[in-house]
Design a protein around this ligand. Sequence first.
Ligand SMILES: [Cu+2]
Length: 295
Amino acid sequence: MILAPLLAVGVAAALTGCSTLEMHGYLPGFVAGQPNTTNQTQRVSDLWTGSWITLLAVGVITWAVIIWFAIVYRRRRGQTGLPVQVRYNMPIEIFYTIVPLILVLGLFAFTARDQTAIETRYANPAVVVDAYGKQWAWDFDYKNDQVYEQGIQAQPGEGANFVESAIPTMYLVVNKKTEIRLRTRDVNHSFWVVDFLYKKDMIAGKTNYWDFTPTRIGTYEGKCAELCGEFHSRMLFNVKVVSQADYDAHMAELRARGNTGLLGTKYDKDDNAATSGSQDSGVDIPSENNGGIEG
Ligand SMILES: [Cu+2]
């Protein structure tokens, strides 16, 4: 019973010869004949399609029974009074208690299993990037190479487009274990890479982690997914997954631009922090939360 959703995916695929798009429940990021975008997206897609197939099966059976009863047991011409009243059918009551229980426990178990796998951190990530959300852009600190990119919010270009080259871009190395450490300089944001099927909040005073391995070279759209103020919609970024050589070239370029060292928490806007550069921190209150994550 627990394996039913996974089996159903396999059977459905075998029977219908689904396209790549259909096989992944119309989720973005899957392209026929190409590797997945990250090592996590197959797992996400399996959970998504498995849940849909299971719930659709329940739905179809339920709709069929509703329609069947409405037609077969409808009131006929000439009938009067109430139909025979039946109560306390124990087998049916046990059935409709147990089946939903199994469904709910099953959905919970699969979700918990996948969430645990996705949220597990690597012991030794090869690439570590600190991503700082800020109203309304992103800063990226490349920990290994000690260089940074300080982003600006998307700039209006021609027509309805933004200037692509001005959008902050995070570089990652294909097939390398990666850890992104997510922090915010001000209000809560959310780091979302659409084709990676993952988003995670950046919560004030907290560091979140996302560990994964990008597995396909390409450029992927990212955006803030937490309404964070006036220009939230311009809080865009790109993720470029490249070869080690291209990554090294980009690091050298940042170094040549003078972006050496790390930005760290220097530009955090923490109104309670005595050491912050905030204009309205008139009161000298030391903040427990102002510590960096260095260490
Ligand atoms: Cu935001």
